[in-house]
Design a protein around this ligand. Structure first.
Ligand SMILES: [Zn+2]
Ligand SMILES: [Zn+2]
Length: 805
């Protein structure tokens, strides 16, 4: 038996993989050959079987295709040439939503079968493919939507096997119409005929629907009274253009929408939503419209147009007509393109230029999905509600992606990505990792796959916790994963930690604690399949350290199952604890105090917007160590510098000060005095055993420059360079002592594109191999993936026993 296996990373052509093909060809051409072809990857519920049916028919081949637990199995019979053409086209003409991870082909005896069949297979056993992710309206459906002669003209819920909702409408597996919220809509004869025809684009398209048989829109007042309109979409457009705020039911939840070019409307939305500073995402008609708003790189353009249709962070163009209230204080916009037919209909009106489309919730609560829930929670925010009667079963925010250092990096992984699996570097037992505190995401894993939940928001409130539990139950069922152990953060006070302890105790499962910054680095290692030790630069906001202090600017010598702390930013006081996160001026005082600078000078008081009395109070707090934890956080260093340089006294959302500092820095100034701001690498102080990076000299230089009225753009840029250079020096020092030349970058500060770029460029110049995260967020959204890997590595080590180590 000839067995040819290859994976998707291989460039080899299918027909090249059998060396003696030319000799065999003439003989084989006369007879028939039969192959069994196993295809692995995302190949179920994405139109793969009809695609194969069409290929086989076109190549005049006989055989069959059926789903199995890991993908599809094809048996195919005909002449060798036709078979080869089929196998090549299988990989080159793959449907848009399918992803082939591997194809293995084996020769089996021909049977003389006639015709090609799709086998309706009962899938038993553990399911690795599960439910596909939601996908944007495809070009074929979009054409029908806008074609007055099509029977689905302006139908807001059209879809096909190449597009439409999937994860968000599915109650349980297998992914089949009765298991989705389409169950209550009985297909009309025309839709049923499409659904049953293997050559139709809607063959087995589970959410298939039309005007006659599918979901419908309704418009209502905040009080729940119907608003009568011939065309609810046209009525919504008029209201938006008049400055109203609309709650619009979408794919993964409700959006709050307003005209993004109307300052008063955007401001009203902010006030009603109690969201003052945080940037709002905006949707525009198509890629050409996006180009008018932002300076887009080719990479950003292709990200905007992927079937996942994420929000992409891109640099805003000046005078682009967008209300400044959309993203105050920062030079980027979060933009995205329509991904649901209803959204395309809104933009079909040329008067609609750009719409704010923000998750419909109050500040950090989960996004609303249910009609009653929306009426209740959004009644005081929206002027009208555009509802529909297709239930959203899985809550899913819009995903957020940015191009970092030339490649996409996921910032918020939700609609369009969930529940696709992420590969693991080794086999793991079934496990649950619960993540952190903010930006909560859990991870279920088994075998070589990790499944991250959608972004769940902050766990602080009850709705957040219910969302967490609901999503966990759903994904445990979907992937048939019964965890054998639970992994949590080391922080005893995280809600996720106490929840994990209780959940595990109820099931008599062991719990493994993982240090926050180790989990970040392990996530980066795992994504790149690194199992040998690395130098991990974990530049982060805050995380609980093994010494009980608040870490966040860490140089770790990391293995998957453990780490040594090699160096870190020198500890500084954080006067007021959590209050210092919300009020960066406190952090600046903490840093200046640690740098032994005189705080009671009018210049500093003015820059920090504080008084002699407040300073005296904080000095007393720090002197006595009252409510003043020590921190080595890199994020808090950014906050402190932003407080002083940008006069950002308080923040409205997490990381606001640091984001504004990144936004203030401009490239041209990089040419000046790069080395002026330095983090000094020193032998450990009384607080630590390892090396420390001290920012004391940097603070003196910054104060000097502020006094000399050096532009804030230049100070911001030099600060970024100074931080990068400090950590590069620490990595070089670690390499001298360990011989390790691989560096993994992680932590929330790696969302800072300038910092990420400077670190990579500088480290590569020093001869390091540098690894950055792409599929999983380097921030807390990626934490649980790292926890899963560390937990599994510890269990693996324990299983091998102490004798083997
Ligand atoms: Zn379609
Ligand atoms: Zn129909």
């Amino acid at each position: 038996m000839l067995d040819r296996s290859f994976n998707r990373n291989s460039d080899r052509n299918l027909t090249d993989s059998s060396p003696n093909r030319d000799h065999l060809r003439s003989a084989e051409d006369r007879g028939r050959c039969r192959n069994r072809v196993l295809v692995r990857g995302v190949v179920q519920g994405v139109g793969f079987r009809p695609f194969v049916y069409r290929l086989a028919t076109e190549e005049q081949l006989a055989g069959s295709i059926g789903n199995d637990t890991e993908g599809v199995t094809i048996e195919i019979e005909g002449t060798r040439d036709r078979l080869d053409a089929f196998l090549t086209r299988l990989r080159t003409e793959t449907p848009p939503l399918a992803r082939i991870d591997s194809v293995s082909v084996s020769d089996i005896p021909p049977t003389g079968e006639e015709g090609f069949h799709i086998v309706a297979s009962e899938v038993k056993g553990q399911v690795a493919t599960g439910i596909p992710a939601d996908a944007a309206t495809c070009p074929d459906c979009l054409r029908e939507l806008l074609d007055p002669t099509d029977r689905r003209y302006r139908y807001p819920f059209l879809n096909c096997t190449n597009c439409g909702p999937r994860f968000t409408i599915t109650r349980r597996i297998p992914y089949d119409r009765p298991q989705t919220s389409m169950a209550k809509f009985r297909m009309c004869p025309a839709c049923q005929a499409e659904y049953d025809d293997p050559l139709n684009r809607r063959f087995h398209a589970q959410p298939n629907a039309c005007w006659a048989c599918g979901p419908q829109l309704t418009l209502e007042t905040p009080a729940g009274r119907p608003i009568l309109a011939d065309d609810p979409v046209a009525e919504v457009i008029e209201r938006l253009l008049a400055g109203q705020i609309l709650a619009i039911k979408g794919i993964g939840g409700f959006h709050l929408s307003a005209d993004a070019t109307n300052s008063a409307a955007v401001q009203r939305l902010r006030e009603r939503k109690h969201r003052y500073g945080k940037p709002l995402a905006i949707m525009v008609r198509h890629i050409a419209a996006a180009r008018l708003l932002c300076d887009l790189t080719p990479g950003e353009e292709s990200l905007l147009q992927t079937p996942a249709r994420p929000i992409v962070l891109a640099r805003a163009r000046p005078a682009n007509g967008i209300a400044p209230e959309v993203a105050p204080g920062i030079p980027w916009l979060g933009i995205f393109l329509p991904y649901a037919p209803l959204q395309h209909l809104l933009f079909a009106d040329p008067r609609v230029k750009a719409l704010v489309m923000t998750s419909a919730n109050l500040s950090e609560e989960p996004i609303a999905i249910d009609n009653d829930e929306a009426r209740q929670r959004l009644g005081a925010i929206a002027d009208a509600f555009l509802m529909h009667d297709r239930e959203i079963l899985q809550r899913c925010d819009d995903s957020v992606v940015a191009l970092v250092d030339g490649a996409p990096q996921i910032i918020r992984r939700a609609r369009g990505f969930v529940p696709l699996g992420i590969e693991l570097p080794f086999e793991v037992p079934p496990l649950l990792a619960v993540g952190g505190h903010l930006k909560s995401v859990f991870t279920l894993a088994r075998g070589r796959h990790a499944y991250q939940s959608q972004h769940l928001g902050d766990l602080e409130n009850l709705t957040g916790l219910e969302f967490f539990e609901g999503s966990l139950a759903h994904l445990m069922h979907t992937f048939e994963i019964e965890p054998e152990f639970v992994v949590r953060d080391m922080h005893p006070g995280y809600l996720s930690s106490t929840w994990a302890e209780k959940w595990a105790a109820d099931r008599k499962l062991p719990v493994i604690e993982v240090q926050h910054h180790h989990a970040h680095i392990a996530a980066c290692m795992a994504e790149h399949g690194l199992e040998s030790p690395v130098i991990g630069l974990s530049l982060d906001g805050t995380g609980y350290g093994t010494d009980g202090r608040i870490w966040g600017g860490e140089v770790l010598i990391a293995r998957l199952d453990g780490f040594d702390r090699y160096a870190h930013l020198a500890y500084v006081p954080m006067p007021g604890g959590e209050a210092a996160i919300r009020e960066p001026w406190r952090m600046a005082l903490g840093h200046l105090h640690a740098a032994s600078m005189d705080l009671n000078v009018p210049f500093l008081r003015e820059a920090l917007g504080t008084s002699a009395k407040e300073i005296a109070l904080l000095l007393r707090m720090m002197g006595r160590g009252l409510n003043t934890p020590l921190t080595s956080s890199c994020g808090r260093l950014f906050d402190a510098v932003a407080a002083l340089v940008l006069r950002r006294r308080k923040v409205d959302y997490e990381a606001q000060a640091a984001i504004e500092l990144e936004g203030a820095a401009v490239d041209e100034v990089d040419r000046f005095d790069r080395q002026e701001y330095v983090l000094e690498l020193l032998k450990g102080s009384e607080h630590t055993q390892g090396m420390v990076l001290s920012s004391a000299k940097m603070w003196r230089a910054i104060i000097d420059d502020l006094r000399r009225s050096v532009p804030k753009e230049r100070i911001a840029a030099q600060f970024h360079s100074g931080v990068a250079n400090g950590f590069i020096a620490a990595a070089a020092n670690a390499r001298e002592n360990t011989g390790i030349h691989q560096v993994a970058l992680s932590g929330g500060c790696l969302h800072n594109r300038r910092l990420a770029r400077l670190l990579r460029a500088g480290l590569e110049k020093e001869g390091f191999a540098v690894f950055q995260q792409r599929q999983v967020s380097p921030g807390d959204g990626g934490l649980s993936y790292g926890q899963a890997v560390v937990g599994a590595a510890i269990v693996k080590r324990q299983a091998h026993g102490p004798s083997s180590s």
